[in-house]
Write a protein that binds this ligand. Structure first.
Ligand code: FES
Length: 105
């Protein structure tokens, strides 16, 4: 039991930088979303699989840029896909602006 705790601590220390950049990407993603899509972040977007809106946004901000990738990373919509529309709406907002910003540069 003690060694398991030590492993968890060592793992979390190794990912501090990754966590920081992931949090930064998440914050940038939130700034891109319209107000109606960034409300109730801790509520379940996918009730069937218990995945929050925040977890889906994190996945998209960390590179899951298609519906299939979001589903693979979070399990959201892995059931009967009743939340697919909402995931695709988030994808459209978060990835469309990335494409626009790369065109400008
Ligand atoms: S709410 Fe996500 S699969 Fe049903």
């Amino acid at each position: 039991m003690k060694s398991k705790d030590t492993n968890i601590e060592a793992t979390s220390n190794n990912t501090d930088d990754q966590t920081g950049s992931a949090d930064n990407a998440y914050q940038i993603g939130l700034d891109k979303l319209p107000d109606n899509l960034k409300q109730d972040l801790d509520n379940y977007l996918c009730l069937c699989n218990g995945v929050t809106r925040s977890e889906v946004i994190h996945a998209i901000c960390e590179g899951a840029d298609t519906f299939i990738k979001v589903r693979a990373k979070t399990y959201a919509s892995a059931g009967n896909a009743c939340c697919r529309e909402e995931i695709e709406e988030l994808l459209e907002c978060l990835t469309a602006e990335e494409e626009e910003s790369t065109k400008d540069s």
